[in-house]
Design a protein. Structure first.
Length: 397
């Protein structure tokens, strides 16, 4: 039996393969982005309490208590009242929300603009909807901050452009896009009448505060914002996410969503509602602590890497740093990511997984490291990397 043509180019996700490699050799895994110290106690308590809550199907749009909490929180952050059932849809993580969005709005031949490097699910979502991927390169500026040239965005647009997808804070570069950059996107979307899709799963891990695309002038009417519970509460295995936007756009995503998972696990939604309510206490004290914790971890990794052959700029948010590894002497990022777990006991991700195959050379000399780990693990990983003294790599070495 032959697989469908649209999935012929899909291999195993990079996260599964490199995480397995790290486990096999007992390496410290700075590859996969999940906090190994897990969620706070109030989140665990909410999950235990949900065992006594309803266990049957939730309504299609989401469990009412969770919809209300999401609408309240995002309403205050976006500066507009949100209707829980009209403006919000609960999805199986932001990943399913992205897939459902592409299924809802992309027809065969439609073009979708992605900023490259991108979260690796994006092109797969576009391909499975029959769309065509167009990319805009992100490159480091003079300060090392990854950003885009508006001329490159303009060149990626065409009459076939149906959607523009943004991640902020950005995975894997750590950039939080600024208001002027977001305004360029809004103008571009108006020019070609495109949907804006803003993946904001790291919204509470933006160290100087989140910049939300939907708040920019002219953005709301054509923007779908996606986020999730997992990243903000260190519970990535829950896979509870949501899509927020104008009712006419959310309703179309709901049409697709009903045939993908139908609904999200009711007990998890009930527990997430309690956790969101708790997080608001004390003027959002939980979110402030979260930002401080991850900023401390990011700084610890960046500072520790200064004692190794790698170099990294302090990210502006998210879970990751992009480290300049050219001095290690590897021919490409994949070779480095395969060798380092065995050579020094540190697992990393090769950023070429976040580029189209024809652009993979742009990732050579870079590695993605996750700092959503305990500080002592980050420092130990850096200590191990510092033991690489012979930077002229040979496969036999």
């Amino acid at each position: 039996m032959q697989p469908a043509q649209r999935i012929r180019s899909f291999g195993e996700t990079v996260f599964a393969g490199y995480a397995r490699r790290a486990r096999e050799v007992g390496a410290l895994d700075l590859g996969q982005g999940f906090p190994i110290d897990g969620p706070p106690e109030f989140v665990r308590d909410a999950l235990q309490a949900a065992a006594d809550a309803p266990q049957q199907y939730a309504p299609l749009s989401g469990w009412p208590a969770l919809l209300e909490e999401i609408a309240f929180d995002h309403g205050r952050w976006l500066g507009r009242p949100l209707d829980p059932t009209g403006n919000v849809l609960v999805t199986t993580g932001a990943t399913e929300g992205l897939f459902a969005t592409m299924q809802a709005f992309i027809d065969p031949g439609d073009e979708v603009v992605l900023f490259e490097p991108f979260y690796d699910a994006y092109p797969a979502d576009v391909i499975m909807a029959g769309g065509v991927v167009r990319t805009v390169p992100l490159t480091p500026d003079a300060t090392g901050r990854w950003t885009f040239d508006p001329a490159d965005l303009q060149a990626a647009l065409s009459p076939a452009t149906r959607a523009i997808v943004l991640t902020t804070p950005h995975n894997p570069t750590g950039t939080v896009f600024r208001d002027d950059e977001l305004d360029v996107l809004v103008a571009a979307a108006h020019e070609v009448d495109a949907l804006l899709v803003s993946d904001e799963v790291y919204e509470h891990i933006a160290f100087a505060g989140a910049r939300r695309l939907a708040t920019r002038p002219g953005a709301w009417e054509r923007t779908l914002t996606l986020s999730s519970f997992g990243k903000s509460f260190s519970a990535t295995g829950w896979k509870v996410g949501w899509v927020i936007g104008p009712e006419d756009l959310v309703s179309e995503v709901r049409r697709a969503h009903q045939w993908i998972p139908y609904v999200v696990a009711t007990p998890l939604q009930e527990a997430a509602a309690h956790a969101l309510r708790h997080a608001r206490e004390g003027n959002d004290a939980y979110y402030e602590t979260l930002r401080t914790t991850f900023e401390t971890r990011a700084r610890a990794l960046v500072d520790a890497l200064a004692e190794t052959p790698l170099r990294a700029r302090m990210p502006e948010g998210g879970y990751f740093v992009m480290a300049d590894a050219r001095s290690l002497g590897y021919p490409d990022d994949v070779t480095a990511a395969r060798d380092l777990p065995t050579r020094v006991g540190v697992g990393v991700i090769p950023p070429s997984a976040f580029f189209l195959p024809e652009h993979a050379e742009r990732a050579h000399g870079w590695l993605r490291l996750a700092f959503c780990k305990p500080v002592e693990d980050l420092r130990e990983a850096a200590r191990r990397l510092s033991t690489i003294t012979d930077v002229s790599f040979t496969p036999e070495g």
